[in-house]
Design a protein around this ligand. Sequence first.
Ligand code: ZN
Length: 135
Amino acid sequence: MVQEVRKSEEQWRAELPADRYHVLREKGTEPAFTGTLLDVHDPGLFRCAGCGAELFRSDDKFESGSGWPSFTRAVTEGVVVETEDRSHSMIRTEITCARCGGHLGHVFPDGPAPTGQRYCVNSLSLEFEPFELKA
Ligand SMILES: [Zn+2]
C-alpha cells in the first residue's frame, strides 16, 4: 500500500492541533465518551482529519455503547488499512487511513449485521461533513 500523502512528523505537528496530532500520528486514544462526533447522527461523510480522505458514512454509524464513534464498515474497500496491533498486552487490529497513514482506532469482530464488524474510531481522527440538503 503506497501512501499518497507523506509528510515529516515536523510537518504533521505544525499542521495538526496537538490533540489530533497525538491520536493520528502517535496512535493515541481519546477518553471514551468525550469525542465530539460520538452523538452525530446527521447524514454526512466522516473524513480523515489528517488528509481529508472519505472514510466512513453516517449510514454505517451505530451506537456501540463503547464511547467512541462506531461504524460497520468503511466507505469503500482499501480506504482503511488493517494491521495487527500487539501493544498494551492485547492482540487487536489497528485501523489507519490508507492515504496518509493516520491512526484511526481499531476494528473488532463484534459489530452488528450486515458486516459483524465494529470500526471503533476516535472523533479526533475524523472530520464530519454534512451532506448538502437539496432544496
Ligand atoms: Zn488520512
